[in-house]
Design a protein around this ligand. Structure first.
Ligand SMILES: [Zn+2]
Length: 420
């Protein structure tokens, strides 16, 4: 999206600041050239006479939400191998158009894509071919031979999640190969390197209970990424896989199904973040109920659900940094907000749930002050909901409750028929 050169004033009933958990009312947010130039109580913000106005009366506005774990090229309608066989690579990429639209309409204006999405999708959004969130990309998901992203089936066929030709190979073994693959990923546009340090659910030949990659392979990836200013995120479910990832220096643990006390202490020590993705197993179960999940995934998912919630609850209680992430692409894009309810259910208070998807996620993504806030200098990314989201998280959890979405000062969604 090109820079917005006009001045836009959003007039809302209230402005909620996640950092302080404070609301002011009535409120104005002033956006100039795509960035917030002032925000706060209406009588404190001087609005230039020629400013374009956005009427958000009846709404509480807050910063656009951030999802630290999505897969925009996966549709989120379940796994169906015969459908995969009939899907050309370019169609897999085009699925991102719909995913981006749904993500925006749910109020998520920034995402980290955890693999399978080529840099062309981000370029297309930046060039305004279609609306979509700001994005950081992992490009490809790396695993060892037989690991989580090795989609090699017993029949001999390999069904890559996204066979687009510009995505580097997902399978890598050994330190030198790892070093080269990380360089290839960065060349292909990766902001993050995604490693599978354990098995997972949506893969035919591995187990979530087993660690994958050697510690040396992980350390090599982390060091190589760091030389070019990138960090590493780890799909890590098994306890040993989580600890290898933390010892190896990864920044974020994705899923984290079997955290124990030692792993939690390591996370607290290094200031590392957990991205629990609690809605992902719910969606695996829902797809399975509709016959859209292969037997191996259904079985594995049923085995991990309870432990996953226990592990996340422990991390929340211990004060581990929890960055909001959904694995959308497993479930449908646009349902991201349901994760807020899952976190709340495990004991996180509502203000912290909202921080997890704003200020905390921004910090974890290295985007502090730019997203997840509406203070001066931030991108003019905001959402409007009809009420106080701290009292009622459902307002952010359901896309139909998100009446206004603005990105860079441009309105991408405005529900005109809303009740003020
Ligand atoms: Zn994922």
């Amino acid at each position: 999206m090109g820079p917005t050169t006009m001045t836009v004033a959003v007039f809302a009933d209230a402005l909620y600041d996640p950092a302080r958990a404070e609301t002011v009312r009535p409120a104005t947010v002033l956006v100039e050239d795509g960035r917030v130039s002032a925000s706060g109580r209406r009588d404190t913000v001087r609005v230039p006479a020629d400013a374009e106005t956005i009427d958000a009366e009846g709404l509480t506005v807050l910063p656009g939400l951030i999802d630290c774990h999505v897969h925009l090229c996966m549709r989120g309608t379940g796994l169906d191998h015969s459908e995969a066989l009939a899907t050309p690579p370019s169609l897999t990429v085009l699925q991102a158009v719909e995913s981006c639209r749904r993500t925006i309409e749910a109020g998520f204006t920034t995402v980290r894509d955890a693999g399978g999405t080529p840099a062309a999708v981000r370029l297309a959004v930046e060039r305004d071919y279609f609306p979509g969130p700001r994005m950081q990309l992992a490009i490809q998901i790396l695993s060892q031979t037989g690991g989580h992203s090795d989609q090699h089936f017993p029949c001999g066929a390999t069904l890559l999640w996204n066979p687009a030709p510009e995505l580097p190979e997902p399978v890598v073994d050994g330190n030198e190969a790892m070093r080269r693959r990380v360089r290839e990923l960065i060349r292909a546009g990766a902001d993050w390197i995604k490693l599978c340090t354990s098995g997972g659910v949506l893969s035919p030949g591995d187990s979530p209970h087993h660690a994958t990659f050697t510690l040396e392979e992980i350390q090599t990836a982390v060091a190589e990424a760091a030389t070019q200013g990138r960090s590493v995120m780890a799909h890590a479910q098994a306890n040993a896989g989580i600890k290898n990832a933390l010892r190896g220096g990864v920044a974020t643990i994705e899923h984290g199904i079997w955290l124990d006390e030692e792993a939690i202490a390591m996370m607290l020590d290094g200031g590392r973040a957990l991205v629990p993705t609690l809605v992902a197993p719910l969606w695996v179960g829902r797809h399975a109920a509709n016959g859209r999940m292969p037997e191996y995934a259904r079985t594995k998912s049923a085995l991990v659900g309870h432990d996953h919630r226990t592990s996340a609850r422990r991390a929340i209680e211990a004060g581990v940094t929890i960055a909001f992430g959904t694995d959308s692409g497993v479930g449908p894009h646009g349902t991201n907000g349901e994760e807020l309810l899952c976190l709340h259910e495990l004991g996180m208070d509502a203000a912290d749930c909202i921080r997890s998807a704003t200020t905390v996620a921004a910090r974890v993504l290295g985007h502090e002050g730019k997203v997840g806030t509406l203070t001066q200098g931030a991108y003019g990314d905001l959402v409007g909901v009809p009420g106080d989201p701290v009292r009622d998280l459902e307002l952010l959890a359901r896309p139909e409750n998100v009446h206004l979405v603005v990105k860079g000062g441009r309105v991408l969604k405005l529900n005109q028929g809303r009740k003020a």
